[in-house]
Design a protein around this ligand. Structure first.
Ligand SMILES: O=C(CO)[C@H](O)[C@H](O)COP(=O)(O)O
Ligand SMILES: [Fe+2]
Length: 229
């Protein structure tokens, strides 16, 4: 999972027109669809469950990237995979038996992701790095869209890429929160390759221009000067 991918987060979409909103970002060049699942306990917000994922599965062939911000994720992983989730990511902070949780996702046939909150150190991933298809680093505190990118996460991305390269070089790094044209290049330069963007896409008039602006920022950084946040 090392190719560059743009993952629009439907958290900032118009929930009354969710199917249309999915098709619109697919036409605009999205590589996968990021779905934020919140339970009102692990994070102070409530969103959607497997029924909505099953409905969205019918309107797109793009991978569905399901970000579980819930307590007891193991109880719900099979439901989300049956509903059509292709990738499932669980938070280290809500998995006392992380090794078991990742095994459950993999056995059920989905790509395995593990997520760290901004204040959670990378050593929380010791002993499971070989088991993941991707690691997601929160670049905001989870719970809401539209927050500002935390610049202090850039060195964390660099260290994570080094650690993955040593034991699991095929694994990708996804970043979530405050990603847009002004921040994406720095995250890419640090080593991230999957970019979640909610408000930077769904908050704009043209989804296509918003996605192109992010892709161009990454390209400019690759061939030009590095970008400071
Ligand atoms: O997991 C999330 C929040 O907990 C969202 O995926 C994320 O915040 C996306 O929104 P934005 O791009 O507007 O920051
Ligand atoms: Fe998310």
């Amino acid at each position: 999972m090392r190719r560059v991918m743009i993952a629009p987060s439907i958290l900032s979409a118009d929930f009354a027109r969710l199917g249309e909103e999915l098709r619109a970002v697919e036409r605009a060049g999205a590589d996968c669809i990021h779905i934020d699942v919140m339970d009102g306990h692990f994070v102070p917000n409530l969103t959607i469950g497997p029924l909505v994922v099953a409905a969205l599965r019918k309107v797109t062939g793009l991978p569905l990237d399901v970000h579980l911000m819930i307590e007891h994720p193991d109880r719900y992983v099979p439901d989300f995979i049956r509903a059509g989730a292709d990738w499932i990511s669980v938070h280290v902070e809500s998995c006392p038996h992380l090794h078991r949780s990742l095994g459950l996702i993999r056995e059920a046939g989905a790509k395995t992701g593990v997520v760290l909150n901004p204040a959670t150190p990378l050593c929380a991933l010791d002993h499971v790095l070989e088991m993941v298809d991707f690691v997601m680093l929160m670049t905001v505190n989870p719970g809401f869209g539209g927050q500002s990118f935390i610049g202090a996460m850039l060195p964390k991305i660099v260290s994570l890429r080094e650690r993955l390269d040593a034991v699991n070089p095929a694994a990708g790094i996804e970043v979530d929160g405050g990603i847009g044209p002004a921040t994406i290049a720095a995250a890419a330069a640090a080593g991230a390759n999957i970019f979640v963007a909610g408000s930077a896409i769904y908050g704009q008039n043209s989804y296509e221009e918003a996605i192109r602006a992010m892709q161009n920022s990454i390209r400019l950084q690759a061939g030009g000067p590095s970008y400071a946040v």
